[in-house]
Structures are given as C-alpha cells and as structure tokens.
Design a protein around this ligand. Sequence first.
Ligand code: ADP
Ligand code: MG
Length: 229
Amino acid sequence: MTPVVEVVGARKSFGAMVAVDNVDMTLLPGKITGLIGPNGSGKSTLVDLMSGLQRLDAGEIRHGMVRLNRMAPQEIARLGVVRTFQTTRVFSQLTVMQNLLVASPDENRAAHFINFLKLGRVRDAAAGGLSYGQQKLVELGTVLMLNPKVILLDEPGAGINPALLDEVKSYIASLAESGIAILLVDHNVELIRELCSELIAMDAGRVVASGSPSSVLASASVQEAYLGG
Ligand code: ADP
Ligand code: MG
C-alpha cells in the first residue's frame, strides 16, 4: 500500500528544547495510526509540522511526490492533509452551517456532513453556544468539507462525554473505511485499542515504541514513560 504521508527524520527545537527528535511515521490510506505519549512529549508539535504550522529544522514530510516541508498550512490543506486542534477552534459567532461553509461554499455537502455528525438540530445555532463536544464535531465537519485524504486528529476525545465519545469513535472508523488516512492523537487507551491498526508512542520528542497497539501499550518504554520513569 502506498503511504499517503511519510514523515522522515522530523526534528523541531524550541530554543534548547528538542520537541520532536528524529521522528519517522507513515500514514496509509484507510488506516488509523495512533499516537500516544505523556504531556509535552511532542505530539502536537508533530501535528503542527505535518500541517505546516511549524517549520521542520531537519527531515522531510512527503505527501506522495510532494514535499510539504515549506508549504503554507492552507496549501497543505488544499492537498487534502487537514487537522483538528487540541483546543478546538470554531467561529463562535457563526452558525454550525456557516462554520462548514467557511471551509467550502457547498451547501449540499455541508448539509450532508451536518447530518452525518448528527448536528441537524443545531445547524442554525451559533457554534459558540454549543457544548465543547459539539464544537469538536463542528470542527470535524469543517475538516470534512475540505475533502481530506489525511486527517490529523489532535485529542478528539478529550473533554467530551462518554456518549459523544462513542459517536466520535464511529465517525472516525467510518472515515477510515472510506479510505482516509487518520492520525489519532489521544490518551484514551480503549479508543486507541479499538480503532488503531498501528500505534506510535513518543516520550521527550522521540519515538520510544511503535507497532501493534497491544505490543506498544505493553512495552517497557511506554510503561516507564507513563509512570514517570
Ligand atoms: P504534547 O502535544 O505531546 O503534549 P507538545 O508538542 O505540545 O506536546 O509540546 C512539546 C514540547 O514543546 C513542550 O515542552 C512544549 O512546551 C514545547 N512547545 C510546543 N510548542 C511550542 C512553541 N510554539 N514554542 C515553544 N515551545 C513549544
Ligand atoms: Mg498536545
């Protein structure tokens, strides 16, 4: 299977601190790759690098034949590599429908995704007034409007209630079934186990384990990282 995104030797420092240190990663169409690691281990910075919000110090990020290294976030998004944010970003003053239309002005598509994400009842409500979990769904909706080939999900399950988490789980699974490559950054081990075919664990900027979710979760380096070793 041809990778849809390849990260090779990615490195990013902030001052003296190496946030992402020689990281490799491959995302495959239709596959969900998990990314775990303690707070501050570099997960969001890696997503920032892949989505063009930060510049690599070294290494490469490829999307097919295209190098994403020096591209602006909107160019990368236009190629179909899109992300969500750990701290959800929606246009508070705009309605749910308007938020989706900002991403792409196709009302039929927007209606389709609003329906898919069960946001029909709030489609004309201001996004800022919705629950945190529903705002995360609105953000996912805007991402889907961009017709993505790759979705980078930075903690989609954080801070949302268990019932909504079940829904989010099914949305992620069905997006992967449609052929989209997904990077799932999350702390929820159950979510990771259920969804991911491949798991990468980071600690202090480095990949400390990768492989099947069960092998990575059982690995000594992951146990150590989480127990503060
Ligand atoms: P994670 O998402 O795994 O919690 P982050 O990627 O957010 O980790 O952060 C990794 C490290 O890089 C942290 O020490 C964080 O403080 C630092 N960092 C992240 N972004 C910046 C930035 N824009 N400027 C300076 N330091 C940053
Ligand atoms: Mg983070």
